[in-house]
Design a protein around this ligand. Structure first.
Ligand SMILES: [Zn+2]
Length: 400
């Protein structure tokens, strides 16, 4: 890299679809914006700049359009990556799309004297929702510095301090809004940290950000697994993101497609199905026992209403149809290990109103124990879909 005594910007002028949209990055990140950026980083107003086309390449920029909405500034022997916000924030993902790309470029470049910034353009729309704050906190955790956030906003953008901190805050954030979730982070029965993520479409940005931040906060002894839930032909995380995760060297990436699910279904170890777990998260929210409200993730399991063994015995169904039932989020509840066992042993079940029924020929002391261990004697109304009740009816008719 050339030693530069005056700050110098290089900005790719085209966005991916500039030719169609007529919106060019050089019209968004104008010399006026660069001046503000320069002053905030270096305390200087004098700088040089060049807007370059897709053909341009150097040690920091690829031959391509402007990936990651970034500008590169070089000053002395330092290089600064500045990623810019969108102008319009509409969907919950629109504000963060370019962030993982910017980070991938920054992280993958071996030049050691580098810093990474984020700059808010004059944003149209709310850029400070709880969800966006979560993303900014992830960004801060992995090394983004915010150039022009207000003091009030900076106060909310605190980096996460541990893997548990992320799990806890993710829980709060997803509790309000779980239907939109693409990533769930939890602990498995062995204490392993598990990320269940959709890795295609807009979801991949969020999943990537969680993986980077969790990698950054990893402590010796922790095991972190990313279950990529692949749909049809849709792919894994983008190669550039996977490369960064691999380079960070902490997360074990497990692509889970239907081939793997078939294998799990045939192996009788039905607790291990990532897709079933993800479907339960989507239906039931974060891990908590539906009966005693235990929230210790290591103790919570996905309990099938219609058990795998019974599904396998169903006649007139193809293997694929059976697998669909086994993976259906409607065919399950979160239960703690104790209540899962009671359910599977037939000591407890539910009637069609979701009311708890305890087997009445149990030892009286055990009956008392079971009753005292259960806080909620009726399932929440929103769990009782037609499909859920159908599975329940099937179960009850088998076990009677
Ligand atoms: Zn329980």
């Amino acid at each position: 890299m050339i030693f530069r005594t005056k700050p110098h910007f290089i900005v790719k002028e085209n966005l991916q679809k500039s030719k169609n949209t007529g919106i060019y990055f050089k019209d968004i990140v104008t010399p006026k914006v660069l001046e503000d950026v320069c002053f905030r980083i270096t305390d200087r107003n004098d700088f040089t700049y060049e807007y370059v086309d897709n053909e341009y390449q150097d040690e920091f920029l690829d031959r391509s359009y402007n990936k990651g909405r970034i500008a590169i500034m070089q000053y002395n022997d330092m290089v600064y990556y500045i990623s810019f916000s969108e102008l319009q924030i509409s969907g919950r993902n629109s504000s963060v799309q370019s962030v993982p790309t910017a980070y991938n470029m920054f992280y993958s470049n071996p030049y050691p004297k580098k810093r990474l910034f984020y700059y808010f353009l004059n944003v149209d729309g709310n850029a400070e929702t709880d969800y966006q704050i979560l993303i900014y906190r992830l960004m801060n955790t992995i090394g983004f510095e915010f150039l022009n956030a207000s003091n009030e906003l900076m106060y909310r953008i605190k980096p996460f301090i541990s893997v548990e901190d992320i799990i806890f805050n993710r829980k709060i954030n997803s509790g309000r809004n779980r239907s939109n979730n693409s990533t769930f982070i939890t602990k498995g029965s062995n204490g392993e940290i598990e990320i269940f993520g959709k890795t295609y479409g807009a979801n991949k940005y969020e999943t990537s950000m969680f993986c980077y931040a969790l990698s950054k906060l990893w402590q010796p002894g922790q095991i972190i697994k990313l279950y990529e839930v692949l749909e049809g032909d849709l792919k894994e995380l983008p190669e550039s993101s996977l490369n960064v995760i691999r380079q960070m060297g902490v997360i074990n990436i497990i692509p889970t497609d239907m081939t793997l699910e078939r294998k799990i279904f045939n192996s009788n170890n039905n607790l291990r199905s990532p897709r079933y777990v993800l479907n339960l998260f989507n239906k039931l929210g974060n891990k908590h026992c539906s009966l005693c409200n235990c929230e210790i993730p290591e103790l919570i399991q996905g309990a099938h209403i219609l058990p795998i063994a019974a599904i396998k015995r169903m006649s007139g169904l193809s293997m694929e149809e059976k697998l669909k039932i086994a993976l259906d989020g409607e065919n399950g509840l979160w239960l703690c290990e104790n209540h899962h066992k009671m359910f599977d042993e037939g000591m407890i079940t539910f009637d069609k109103e979701g009311q708890l029924c305890v087997k009445n020929d149990l030892d009286r002391r055990h009956l008392i124990f079971i009753n005292e261990s259960i806080k909620y004697k009726v399932l929440p109304q929103q769990f009782l879909s037609d499909k859920f009740l159908w599975y329940l009816n099937q179960r009850n008719s088998i076990t009677k």
